[in-house]
Design a protein around this ligand. Structure first.
Ligand code: HPA
Ligand code: ZN
Length: 339
């Protein structure tokens, strides 16, 4: 069995995935046509060719523009369904999916429209594939905290469908401390918390996410390498980092996959996981992210297994589900190791 086959066969969890970042150029084209929207591209190939980014902001500009083709309940169903079909193909047994309500509310689309599209697809995937899906409601950090508070208020009737809250969008200039009050409220309501930090932002943003927002996981976090005390803290408390290798390459967080620090972080004893972030914009779903680091960084089968186990133990799944999946991972890994 090759490492590529092992990547495919291991049951995995994905913990850092923006549903709006799974919109394919084909679906974008089709929905634009359906709603009579004129895109600034002549064809699907031109959309694909526009996916060249210099940094996070250059990506976000295109990502928010792309999301404008999502208008009705069916569109949100199709988006989620297409991603969950990919999960099924890639042996992703559990996924924790971020969505950005403010992107849609600000375009006049009501909360119930996207939530019912998402939950219809999630229920279908549960029935047909046995995949479990948790939703993470993410606040946009380039907007004021009052807008996040207002979003939390609007979301109230739907909170039984939400497992956790997150923080994403333009990182530089928008530190976690800007959102301390809204996340205090979210914590009081009993939700898990994640936040993007240390993708482009400095280690101090990761400290703020831990100490002020009291996050359960850090999204990205790769700049922790610059702060030894932070590395020690992340290791001691086993705070998971949801690392996204192809995203880091496409957004020029690293210049070459061979320079990526994921293997180094794993070898330091940090709880790192592999994820796809915005797969249709960054050139690969989850298995392609594993494949990219295995090839560039000479990751062993045992390290690969550790990354996959990390994805399960870093998830918000109940303990008994985690144990069942890890037993299966160990069985498949043993079959590989004795070959
Ligand atoms: N960083 C911040 N915000 C985002 C990202 C990201 O990688 N993807 C989608 N929103
Ligand atoms: Zn992200």
């Amino acid at each position: 069995m090759s490492l590529t086959t092992l990547i495919h066969q291991l049951p995995k969890a994905e913990l850092h995935l923006h549903i709006e970042g799974t919109l394919t150029p084909e679906l974008m084209w089709c929905l634009a046509d359906k709603h009579g929207i004129t895109l600034p591209y002549k064809n699907i190939e031109e959309i694909r060719q526009a996916y060249l980014f210099e940094d996070l902001q250059s990506f976000l500009d295109l990502y928010y523009a792309g999301a404008d083709v999502l208008r009705d309940e069916d569109d949100f169903f199709e988006l989620m369904w297409a991603y969950l079909c990919r999960c099924n193909e890639q042996n992703i047994v559990h996924t924790e999916v971020m969505f950005d309500p403010q992107t849609h509310l600000h375009r006049g689309i009501e909360f119930g429209v996207f939530m019912s599209g998402f939950t219809r697809a999630i229920d279908k995937a549960k029935d047909e594939f046995g995949i479990s899906v948790y939703l993470i409601l993410s606040f946009l950090r380039h907007l004021p905290e009052s807008d996040a508070m207002e979003t939390l208020h609007i979301a109230q009737p739907y909170l039984d469908k939400v497992h956790a809250f997150g923080l994403d969008s333009s990182e530089l200039g928008h530190p976690p401390s800007k959102f301390e009050r809204v996340f205090t409220r979210v914590r009081e309501l009993g939700f898990k918390i994640v936040a993007h930090a240390g993708e482009e932002g400095p280690p101090s943003y990761i400290w703020e996410a831990i100490e002020l927002l009291k996050v359960d996981r850090i999204d990205h976090g790769v700049r922790c390498q610059e702060d030894q005390a932070l590395l020690d803290h992340l290791k001691e408390h086993q705070i998971p980092l949801t690392v996204c290798p192809l995203s880091n390459l496409k957004l020029c967080v690293v210049s070459d996959m061979k320079q990526h620090n994921i293997k180094w972080l794993l070898e330091q004893g940090l709880r790192v996981t592999v994820n796809s972030d915005d797969p249709t914009y960054f050139g690969g779903f989850l298995n392609e992210n594993y494949q990219a680091i295995v090839e560039a960084l000479d990751i062993s089968a045992e390290q690969l297994k550790q990354l996959v186990v990390n994805s399960i133990v870093s998830s918000f799944l109940p303990q008994e589900d985690q144990t069942r999946i890890i037993t299966l991972i160990e069985k498949i890994y043993q079959a590989y190791a004795i070959e």
